[in-house]
Each structure stands twice: as structure tokens, then as C-alpha cells.
Design a protein around this ligand. Structure first.
Ligand code: ADP
Ligand code: MG
Length: 396
């Protein structure tokens, strides 16, 4: 579908008011757009900085009507936005990504089926797995999928909705623990590394991409992203980038897409396994704000508005450190404010806080992007920040 560009001065809408919505709003407003956020939370990070904030449930017909009334186009900042809400909006306004693409990303079963269908074109398959929706499925699980990770098909994030299992008995217990909802059992792979790729695809089929970044998770949550030449072997990075484009193209995706990969040791050297996709900007792409000439949020705006998609260029090596609520508490569990002044005195330290009023362990409160003239300098600044703030994951 081609669409006349929606130009600055118009209002762009977003479903969801989290930090991703907030950074989308910042990017849109910088370009001269007005913004509308739909999120029930009166203190949502994006709602707080948007021109319009519609405070209703995501399925509220009136709220959706209002969003469509004020917005020239609509996007989403979280994948669990109800598909029927996007469908309802799409009857009135261009919606990118579309409900069908978001629906695939919402469900690991569909997602894996999509990745498998793309494998011939993308050159990358998913981890060996089995779909578990019935007792019969459970009994039929092949022994070589154990040890494995049982993941709920829907609504998992940051390692939630997952149980690691070694035996059949554990598997049965884990499925019961997950309330016997549809699940995927994935073989536990010995990961050498993890990486992700961001691409943006326009209504006209044009695709641009960022170089893949290497991600380090701690306790199932992204802790560190390395984004500089050499953060991954070049051949592997090129394959991941090409695979991500194929995954976007095959479903006619419009918008910003992130695909996560595992790097594993294969018989012929390092190999890639595709893990999951996010139909929106991604935590592992936040460095693009400070290290690239166009951020992932800029490209989200371009794609939804039908503007041309410039190939982004990274102008600085970058390291991204996530700031979770844990660092708002001292060893005795007393709340404190991290020492931002010391961090902000460091060259190339870009602090992003999401405006969340309540810190909780594991809650994403902000991130730090370190940029600099060379990789060694950026790594040294990151180490200093990690030391000052007590951040994990940099040594991996
Ligand atoms: P989430 O939706 O929580 O991000 P993921 O499927 O990405 O779920 O899993 C979270 C993390 O758990 C991954 O980033 C990886 O570190 C680990 N993990 C997930 N699946 C596997 C697997 N099959 N083998 C080894 N590690 C895994
Ligand atoms: Mg993940």
C-alpha cells in the first residue's frame, strides 16, 4: 500500500505510554508533529510528555475513537496491544505495524511458525521446539528437547512466563505452574552470545537497517548492549541483518522491527538461531538516539508517516547500560537517588530517565548510553559508570 506522506504539523498516535512511547513522542515532537498517547495510567511515561493523553483501556471503544479522531496515523509501543484494537483503528487511520504482524509477534507459536516459514529465505532457523497445548502434546515431547525452557505462548517478557526444566516430571509440573496455557518448549541451547537487529520498512517496501548489536541479559532482563564495529563477528552480523530484512519482508511489515538472535557453536563454527521479534523499537536499540544520525524512534515516525526512510549511520561506537530500579536501593533496602552528578561528569555519558515515579527491583527506569571517539574509550567510561552505579553485565 502506498500512502501520501503525513507531514509535520499533523498528530501521530501511539498505543501504550511506556518508555518506548515516550521516546517515540520525543522523536515525533522534534520533527514538529503533535502526539497522542492512549494509556490508562495517568502517570505513564509517554502520557506525561504528549500533547494528548487518552486515559482509557486499550480496548475501550470510545478511547480508540478519540485516538482515531485526533491522530493522522497510529503506531504501537508494546506488542501486547489487543489486535482487535489495532483492527478497529485501521478502519479509520493508517496503522503501522498492522494488526496481523503484531498478532504474530504476540504469540510464540505463530512467531516460530513465521520464522520457520522464512528460514529458506532468511537462512536462519529457530531453536528445536515443540508446541504444547494438550496433555497429548506434553506426552509427545521428544526426549532430545530436554533440558529445555518452557515458555508461555503469550504475554511473556523479560524472562517472565518461563520455566527451565530438565526432566519430564519437571516439564509436567512447569506446565501446571503456568496454568496449562498454550506453551512452547524450547531446547536449552548453549549460547555463545545474543544479538538483535533493528530494521525499518516503509509502506512502499523500502527497508533500511542498523548494524546488529550484542546483548547481555542478567536474570532474563537486558543489562548491556554493545554496539560498535567488532561487537560481533562480521559474517555473523551480516547474516543476522539479512535474515531480519527477510523476516520483515515476508509479512509485508511496516514500521520498526527488532529481531533477537542467539549465537551458538555449530559444527562449522558460530551459527545463528532466531529467538523472537518485537513489532516496535527495542531496548537494545536505545543507543541509536545518541550514536546514530537517525534513531530507531525517528525511523518509527518516518515509517508510520509514510516519509522516506534514510539509511541510518552510526557516528560513534556505543555501549548501552540499562538502569533498573534495583540501583535506587542501598544494601539495606533503603531508597536513594543514584549519583547522577558523577555519571554526568563523564564525557560521552548520555542519561535517559523515563519519568517513572516509583522504583522497583527489575523495573526499567532508564538507560545510559556511552559514546566516544573509540571503542576502548567507550568501554572504559562504561566500566566507570557500572562501578559508580553498581550495574551488572559488563564483564560478559
Ligand atoms: P523474553 O520474552 O523474556 O525476552 P526470551 O525468549 O527472549 O524471552 O528469553 C529470555 C532470555 O532467556 C534470552 O534472552 C536468553 O538469554 C534465555 N533463553 C531463552 N531461550 C533460550 C534457549 N532456548 N536456550 C538458552 N537460553 C535461552
Ligand atoms: Mg527476549
Amino acid at each position: 500500500m502506498s500512502q501520501a506522506p503525513i507531514l509535520p504539523g499533523a498528530t501521530l498516535g501511539v498505543m501504550g505510554g511506556g518508555q518506548l512511547g515516550r521516546m517515540f513522542v520525543h522523536a515525533a515532537q522534534r520533527l514538529g508533529y503533535f502526539t497522542a498517547v492512549l494509556d490508562p495510567d495517568p502517570h505513564s511515561p509517554a502520557g506525561l510528555v504528549s500533547h494528548h493523553h487518552i486515559q482509557t483501556a486499550y480496548t475501550d471503544a470510545q478511547g480508540l475513537q478519540q485516538l482515531a479522531d485526533v491522530s493522522a496515523a497510529v503506531t504501537t509501543e508494546f506488542e501486547n496491544v489487543p489486535a482487535q484494537a489495532l483492527q478497529a483503528l485501521a478502519t479509520r487511520r493508517p496503522v503501522a505495524p498492522g494488526a496481523a504482524c503484531v498478532a504474530i509477534a504476540q504469540d510464540r507459536i505463530q512467531e516460530k511458525a513465521h520464522f520457520s516459514a522464512c528460514a529458506a529465505r532468511s537462512g536462519v532457523g529457530c531453536a528445536p521446539h515443540a508446541v504444547i497445548q494438550s496433555e497429548a502434546d506434553l506426552r509427545a515431547v521428544p526426549a532430545d528437547l530436554l533440558p529445555g525452557i518452557l515458555k508461555t505462548a503469550r504475554l511473556g517478557y523479560d524472562g517472565k512466563g518461563q520455566v527451565r526444566v530438565t526432566t519430564r516430571e519437571e516439564l509436567t509440573a512447569a506446565w501446571a505452574q503456568l496454568k496449562n496455557v498454550p506453551c512452547v518448549l524450547e531446547k536449552m541451547l548453549p549460547l555463545v552470545a545474543e544479538c538483535s537487529v533493528l530494521v525499518a520498512r516503509g509502506h512502499d517496501g523500502q527497508v533500511v537497517s542498523y548494524a546488529p548489536q550484542r546483548n547481555v541479559h542478567v536474570g532474563g532482563i537486558l543489562a548491556v548492549t554493545h554496539a560498535y564495529p567488532g561487537c560481533l563477528p562480521a559474517e555473523l552480523a551480516a547474516r543476522a541483518e539479512a535474515a531480519t530484512k527477510a523476516i520483515a519482508q515476508q509479512i509485508g511489515y511496516v514500521g520498526l522491527l527488532c529481531v533477537e538472535f542467539f549465537v551458538v557453536q555449530g559444527a562449522q563454527g558460530l551459527d545463528l538461531v532466531v529467538n523472537e521479534m518485537a513489532p516496535r523499537p527495542h531496548n537494545s536499540g536505545h543507543h541509536t538516539i545518541d550514536a546514530c544520525d537517525h534513531s530507531q524512534f525517528d525511523l518509527q515516525v518516518h515509517a508510520m508517516a509514510g516519509l522516506p526512510l534514510p539509511q541510518p549511520r552510526q557516528h560513534s561506537p556505543a555501549l548501552l547500560l540499562n538502569l533498573l530500579g534495583d540501583i535506587w536501593f542501598d544494601a539495606q533496602g533503603r531508597e536513594r537517588t543514584p549519583d547522577w552528578a558523577q555519571v554526568l561528569a563523564l564525557p560521552g555519558a548520555h542519561l535517559h530517565l523515563y519519568g517513572k515515579t516509583e522504583a522497583r527491583a527489575g523495573r526499567k527506569m532508564g538507560h545510559l548510553t556511552l559514546t566516544g571517539a573509540d571503542v576502548a574509550g567507550v568501554q572504559a567510561t562504561a566500566r566507570r559508570c557500572a562501578e559508580l552505579l553498581g550495574l551488572p553485565g559488563l564483564d560478559t
